[in-house]
Design a protein around this ligand. Sequence first.
Ligand SMILES: Cc1cc2nc3c(=O)[nH]c(=O)nc-3n(C[C@H](O)[C@H](O)[C@H](O)COP(=O)(O)OP(=O)(O)OC[C@H]3O[C@@H](n4cnc5c(N)ncnc54)[C@H](O)[C@@H]3O)c2cc1C
Length: 415
Amino acid sequence: MKRIAIIGGGISGLTLLHYLKQRFGNNVQITLYEREASVGGTIRSFKKDSCLFEWGPNGFLDNQAATLQLIDELDLSSQLIQAQAKARRRYIQVKGNLHAIPENPLSFIQTPLLPLKDKWSLITGIFKKNISTDCSIHDYISRRFSPRLATSIVDPFISGIYAGDIKHLHMASAFPKFKRNGPHKPQMHSLIGGMGQIIEAIDKRYKKHIQTGSEISSSQINADITIVATPAYAAAKIVENLNPVLADSLTQISYAPIAVAGLLFKQEAFKKKPDGFGYLIPSNENKDILGVLIESNVYMKRAREDQIMMRVMLGGAHHPSIINDSQEQIITKAIKEIDSVYGLISTPTETFVKLWPKAIPQYEINYPLWRQSIAEQCTKTPGLHLCANYLDGISFNDCVNNARTLALSASLLSA
Ligand SMILES: Cc1cc2nc3c(=O)[nH]c(=O)nc-3n(C[C@H](O)[C@H](O)[C@H](O)COP(=O)(O)OP(=O)(O)OC[C@H]3O[C@@H](n4cnc5c(N)ncnc54)[C@H](O)[C@@H]3O)c2cc1C
């Protein structure tokens, strides 16, 4: 009987396990090895009394069928929730003031976030054809629209997704599917019990195929097919005996750090009521806060009706020193930020912190060449596959999609 080893139990590894079991049933011996005591990687939903704290992703967009299909196959469709209408409004913070992100042409004309000249560039930019996407996000947006649009509007969005620097991230790699979605505007979704519910469902269903507390090293690989679903720096160590060139390439991708601070407040704790989805902060504001999410506005049941649950994201590529902060320092910074915008009357009743020293892989300018060399090296090592968020997309959706595609591909068993 063929043996397949999956190394790494984040959403990439767990999705692989689900589709490999679906494809091969008991005809192939499949085992997932996870270093930590529990699976999930960057995904976990903590429940404490009335509130829910996500230490990683808090949702996914409904524009990729694969995630919704996985949720359906896990019998979790009844648990799906959509972001609430009251979270529709999003803000950008400039010099301590919140400005609503324009949602339509009229609000774009009215926004103080851009001078008139840059608003005009939005119209002229739409008609500019053949602007190469083989450049940084900053260069692409500057050439097509204006440098101001890049730094004032696009930069905070990129901080919210990649925690990255728009001058270093590669346009075509960071947004490979840069296309219109038709009339349906993608909506954020999660589950009533948080994103961790997906992890728990896979864990429960395939428990006997999962070995937690198993940190796999290079010398331990002895399956017919090995799929490494760990971050790139961990994958480098795992493959170093099998393919040292590949291992060397895997060390070259950098990661941005993120600290996530969760804060639960009483409704009456604010002078100014926190409104909408929350806000993002452009990097030229020189703050080590990336943004603030008002979780209890975004999703139902994140806190009681008389409470407000918030998450403050700190660090990112512009502020790597966040990894040196203690939990107390992170909470202090988060409270100071919230106080400066909403005016705090009382302190949080509950706090949570999760620090990710290597949170998000950065798809930088050399990514296309790097990606090609990774693919070439993998073909030189039969039976070895890589599948994780540093390849072909960082979002939850991308991880599910890429893992499903690999698990069902004809080439998987061709070793
Ligand atoms: C703070 C934060 C917020 C995010 N928010 C969103 C969001 O809102 N929406 C969205 O779409 N995406 C979001 N993302 C991105 C998305 O969550 C991740 O890209 C995705 O979860 C990564 O999954 P993965 O399985 O590829 O990797 P990981 O989750 O990193 O899993 C890799 C696993 O490998 C294990 N491992 C490592 N080394 C070994 C070894 N030697 N042996 C065995 N196991 C090993 C690790 O312990 C880990 O469990 C966010 C990410 C972060 C960090």
